[in-house]
Design a protein around this ligand. Structure first.
Ligand code: C2E
Ligand code: CA
Ligand code: CA
Length: 274
C-alpha cells in the first residue's frame, strides 16, 4: 500500500484489509490482585513491524471522521472477545472500550451500541465506555443526555484521563458515571512527589464522596500500587501488572492458554506458559 495515499484512504484500506488489531491491557482489583477485566486498545501494525502510535492515528481518524467506522469495529471485536472470555471463565469479565469525541456525539451511537451488545451476547453491565474528561466537559449538557441514554442501556461509564481537562465539579456531580480514571501523569511521580500524593488522595476521596469508584492508570511500581491501595483506590492498570497484549496472550494471563495451534509463534515457543 502506498504511503503517498492520503491518511483517510490509508485508514480505510487498513480497515478493509483487516490490518487493525485490538490489544488488551489487564485491569486489576487492588484489594485482591486479581484481573477483573481489560481495556481494549487499538493497534495498527506497519510493514516495518512497528506499530503506528495510537495517539497519532486515533487523532487522524478523529479528524477525518474515520473514527466512527473504526470505533464500531473496535467495539464489535472487543465485545465478541469479551463475551467468549465470559463464557470460558464463567465470570463477569469487564471490558472497557474508549469512545472518542465524534463517536460519543454521533447520533447513531445508541443504536449501534445496542445492536453490538445484543449480537455479541455480552452481559450488558460488563461493558464500560471510557470518555475523556475533556470530551465530557466540552458540551456538558449534551454529554449528560448521551450518558443517560447509555446508562439506560445498563452500561458502565468511566471518566478517562481525569484531572487533565477542565473539570467543573458542578457537572461532575451531574454526570451519571460510575468511575473516575486517574490520569497517569498524576500516578507517575507518587509516592515521591508530595503534590501528586495530595492530588491523588483528593481525587480518590472526592470520587468516593460522590459514590464513584476509582481506577489508576500508568501504575508501574509496587510503591505506587501500595500507596493507591492504602488510599482506597479500587482498580489499577499499568506495566506493573501487564501491558496491552494480543488476545491469545491475554488468555494465557487469564490462566486459560488457547490451543497451541491458535497461538502466535513466540508464545508457542514458550509453551504458552507466561
Ligand atoms: P488511554 O485511553 O489513556 O489509554 C491508556 C494508554 O496508556 C495506552 O496507550 C496504554 O498502552 C498506556 N499505558 C498503560 N499502562 C501504562 C503504564 O504503566 N505506563 C505508561 N507510560 N503508559 C501506560 P496507547 O495504547 O498508546 O493508547 C493511547 C491513546 O490512544 C489511549 O489513551 C486512547 O486515548 C487512544 N486509543 C487507543 N485505542 C483506542 C480506541 O480503540 N478508540 C479510541 N477512541 N481511542 C483509542
Ligand atoms: Ca482509556
Ligand atoms: Ca487514560
Amino acid at each position: 500500500m502506498s504511503y503517498r495515499l492520503p491518511i483517510h484512504q490509508r485508514l480505510a484500506n487498513a480497515l478493509n484489509y483487516g490490518e487493525f488489531r485490538i490489544y488488551y491491557q489487564p485491569v486489576i482489583e487492588l484489594a485482591t490482585g486479581k484481573i477483573i477485566g481489560a481495556e481494549a486498545l487499538c493497534r495498527w501494525p506497519q510493514r516495518d513491524s512497528t506499530f503506528a502510535p495510537p495517539e497519532t492515528f486515533i487523532t487522524q481518524a478523529e479528524t477525518t471522521g474515520f473514527i466512527v467506522p473504526l470505533g464500531e469495529w473496535v467495539m464489535r471485536t472487543a465485545l465478541e472477545q469479551a463475551s467468549r472470555w465470559q463464557k470460558l471463565l464463567d465470570v463477569d469479565f469487564q471490558i472497557a472500550v474508549n469512545l472518542s469525541g465524534r463517536q460519543f456525539m454521533h447520533p447513531n451511537l445508541h443504536k449501534s451500541v445496542e445492536e453490538t451488545v445484543r449480537t455479541a451476547s455480552l452481559r450488558k453491565h460488563t461493558l464500560e465506555f471510557e470518555i475523556t474528561e475533556s470530551v465530557a466537559m466540552h458540551n456538558a449538557e449534551d454529554s449528560i443526555g448521551i450518558m443517560r441514554q447509555l446508562k439506560g442501556e445498563g452500561l458502565g461509564l468511566a471518566l478517562d484521563d481525569f484531572g487533565t481537562g477542565y473539570s467543573s465539579l458542578s457537572y461532575l456531580k451531574r454526570f451519571p458515571i460510575d468511575k473516575l480514571k486517574i490520569d497517569k501523569s498524576f500516578v507517575r511521580d507518587i509516592p515521591a512527589d508530595a503534590n501528586d500524593l495530595a492530588i491523588v488522595e483528593a481525587i480518590i476521596a472526592m470520587a468516593h464522596a460522590l459514590g464513584l469508584s476509582v481506577q489508576a492508570e500508568g501504575v508501574e511500581t509496587q510503591a505506587q500500587a501500595d500507596f493507591l491501595t492504602e488510599c482506597g483506590c479500587e482498580y489499577a492498570q499499568g506495566y506493573l501488572f501487564g501491558r496491552a497484549v494480543p488476545p491469545e496472550e491475554f488468555q494465557v494471563l487469564l490462566g486459560h492458554a488457547p490451543p497451541r495451534s491458535e497461538m502466535p509463534e513466540p508464545l508457542r515457543a514458550q509453551g504458552g506458559s507466561r
